[in-house]
Structure formats: structure tokens, C-alpha cells
Design a binder for this molecule. Sequence first.
Ligand SMILES: Cc1cc2nc3c(=O)[nH]c(=O)nc-3n(C[C@H](O)[C@H](O)[C@H](O)COP(=O)(O)OP(=O)(O)OC[C@H]3O[C@@H](n4cnc5c(N)ncnc54)[C@H](O)[C@@H]3O)c2cc1C
Length: 461
Amino acid sequence: MAAYDAIIIGTGQAGPALARRIAGSGMQVAIVERGRFGGTCINTGCTPTKTLVASAYAAHVARRGADYGFSAGDVKVDMKRVKARKDHVVGLSNHGVERSLKHLENCRVFEAHARFVSPREVQAGSEVLTSDRIFLNVGARAAAPNIPGLERVDYLTNRSMMDIDFLPRHLLVLGGSYIGLEFGQMYRRFGSEVSVVELGPRLVSREDEDVSAAITDILAREGITVLTAAKCLGVDKEGNDIVIKVDCGGISELRGSHLLIATGRRPNTDDLGLDRAGVRQDERGYIVVDDELRTSVPGIWALGDCNGKGAFTHTSWNDYEIVAANLFDGERRRVSDRIPAHALYIDPPLGRVGMTEADVRKSGRPALIGKLAMEDVSRAFEKGETEGFMKILVDAETKEILGASFLGTGGDEAIHCVLDTMYAKAPYTLLERAMHIHPTVSEFVPTMLEDLVPLAGSVAG
Ligand SMILES: Cc1cc2nc3c(=O)[nH]c(=O)nc-3n(C[C@H](O)[C@H](O)[C@H](O)COP(=O)(O)OP(=O)(O)OC[C@H]3O[C@@H](n4cnc5c(N)ncnc54)[C@H](O)[C@@H]3O)c2cc1C
């Protein structure tokens, strides 16, 4: 049995950084990876999808040549080259993580499935490793819903979508949230017919209703069929077609060539032997952690998607920072200190921070709202990309910024001026008076703040 100062399971966003930190301080680290180095973000999540989104965007702009004064002729997407570009970008990151770990002094890499034998012992392939400090960074994977017939259909997930080097004739997307919509729009732009089926009453239901409505319009204008409040009765294969039987406003079936399931994720905790270590999970399999990411067993931490405290690369990275700061820098950082923030990378993108309008109403705070159509943002109309809007919510009494949604060109970047003001705990009036650069999307944030009105349905409204 080999003893280490730390064992890390998984090389997603938190694991490698933690390995570098621990090994860098002279301690002996074992890191175990059963799949591809770099985990979801690098191999089957953010990096490949955003690389594909970039190809889809370029094809979209080329088709809009007439709007800009040029002609690119008949735009045909070569999916083999699109995939090769994606593979190249992914390869750089994936090999980078692998190389850096394998060359890291004081670190031993095990390419194996890891499983607890006891609270202090982990089986990695044929070896048993032991340590007083074990860090779990095992991530999550696509979850398939319980739909009759699905087991008979060769459906796709975010993982198998990565192998596609051809154009699906008609891509059916089950799930109208972040992952489903990014794939849906990109494949429409590559040239596929696309239909999105969402069981809930609207797309991306975690966002406000006006955001969902604007996103639905954007996708519909590109020729994507969107069904919401669709009851999915079953899935079947008929010849070369996949058929989704639905109950949705008079529509009884949707027929396509390929089916992408994007209905949620589940943590990779079912085959980790957590019961042998006594580590508590919740009813959905997420590892229960406290505000400093400690599990129910002293000496075992859980970071990233597997702890259910976030489902983003930046939340996993932030988990690493919290654990490292608390263990090695004598700090007391907590998960609850962070401000929720994420983006949806359809085009135009959505950047989101803090509370939604619905959250604010529910909170009972007196609130003000500012809203601005991207049509009124000079940077947007100069670029010919005027879809979407920005909105911001502030506390009417404390002047604290409560949240913002920027759906529009550059929205994923511009939102950071709001996020940083929130971290600084500065009143919105600070941002109102800041001089921003012209012409940018960000310069309209102060403008928007000049015209705040009471939020209807809030105490101030
Ligand atoms: C299609 C898609 C697009 C996304 N886009 C974005 C985005 O734009 N921005 C964003 O912030 N987030 C995005 N995400 C989410 C983001 O990818 C994840 O939140 C992030 O990768 C989670 O990282 P992690 O550190 O928790 O673990 P992961 O990156 O999931 O890594 C876990 C690793 O652990 C390994 N492992 C699991 N079990 C074991 C075991 N028993 N033994 C050994 N190894 C094991 C796995 O093989 C894997 O390599 C996207 C996700 C998907 C699916």
C-alpha cells in the first residue's frame, strides 16, 4: 500500500490545480484519472462547444454577407474540418493538462478508475493508495430521462456529439436548456434542420420569462422549431427516422434523423465506493459538503460538479481556490461568499449574475429595474447584431446591485462590470458614474442605471 500526503480523484477543473498547489509545497500527491485528462470542460463541455459555436457563428455571418456588403456565395459547412478544428483546440488543452501532471514533481499519476476501500484508502486499478487527505473531483455526466422506447434508440449526448463529423439531416434536441440550445443553434447554423422539445413551459426556465421569450424568438427566427410544455410520450425508431411522440398543442410527433438528449446531468458518484468511506450523498447522488467543501467524513473534500454547489467550470475552479486557501493559506473562504454567475453561449450570448427578476420579487425587497434593448446600444447596431436586451435590478434602499441579465452581443463579457461591482459591495451609483469606453456594450450599463424604475410586483413597484 502506497501512502501519500494527498489523493485527488479526477482531473477536472479543481483536481489538477490542487495537485500543483500541494505538490508545489513539497508534499507527495497521487492523482487518479479514469478518462481523458482535463475532464468535461476540456473534452466534452465548454472548450469543444465554444469552438464549435465559433465555427457556427462564422458560417452564420458569412450567410449574412449581404447585410455587411459582401457575398460569400453558397455557404456550405464541411463538418470534417469543423470537427478537426474542434479536436485540435481540445487536444491542446487535454495534452496540456496530461503533460503538466505527468511532469509535476512530487506527483504520481494513476490512469485508472478509483474507488474507496475505506475512509483512508482508495483502490486505483491494481494499487491501493492511502492518505489522510482525499479530494474528490469526479464531475458529472449526461443523465437520460425515463422515456418509453429510449433504450431502443441510438441517442446522442454531449459526449457522443463530439465524434460527429457529418451533418445530421434533422437533429431533434430533447431539453431546451443551456446544453440543448447551444447544440441546437450551432447545428442549425451548420445546416441541419433542428427541433427542440422542452417539457417545461418555456426554454431555460431558470431564467426570467422575458429572457426565455427573447431566446425563443432568436431561435425561431433562425428556423429552429421550438416546442415547449411538450409531454414526451415515447421515442421510437422508424426506418432511418427517430420519432418522438409528443402531446403538445395539437402536435403528436416529431420526426428527425438524430436525437440529442440534453435533459440534465448526474454526478459520477455511483461507482466511487462512497459507502465504504461513509461519505454522505443526497437523494440525487451529489456529495453533501459544508460551506468549506468538507464532506461528512473528516479528511475528505468534494469539489466541482459532484458536490451539487455549482455546475460550471468557474464554480469548480472556485472550489479549488476555497479549499486551497483554507488548507494552505490560513484563510476562511466559503462557498456562500460567491455570487452566482453564468453564461449561455447561444448567439447572442446571455450573461447572468446574481438574482433574477423573479428571485427579487420573491425576496420581498423594494427594488428598481433598468432595461435597455440592444437596438439602442450603438456597439450592437454598428455590428448589425441588435437582438436581445440588458436588464439590471437594484435594491431601492441600500442601492446594492441584486442581479443582471445581459442577452446580447458581448453580453457574456459586459456583465463582468456588474459582477465586480457586486463583489466590491459598491452601490450601483458607483457604476452609474463610471466612464466606460465608447463604443462598447459596457458603456450602456451606466446609461441603463440612469433610468431605473420601480420593479412591478416588488415592494417599490
Ligand atoms: C456540453 C457542455 C457545455 C458546457 N459549457 C460550459 C460553459 O460554457 N461554461 C461553464 O462554466 N461550464 C460549462 N459546462 C459545465 C462544465 O463543463 C463543468 O461544470 C465542469 O467541467 C465540471 O468540472 P469538474 O471539475 O467538476 O469535473 P469534470 O470536469 O467533470 O472532471 C471529472 C473527472 O473525474 C474523472 N472521474 C470520475 N470518476 C472517476 C473515478 N471513479 N476514478 C477516476 N476518475 C474519475 C472523470 O473521468 C473526469 O475526467 C458545460 C458542460 C457541458 C456538458
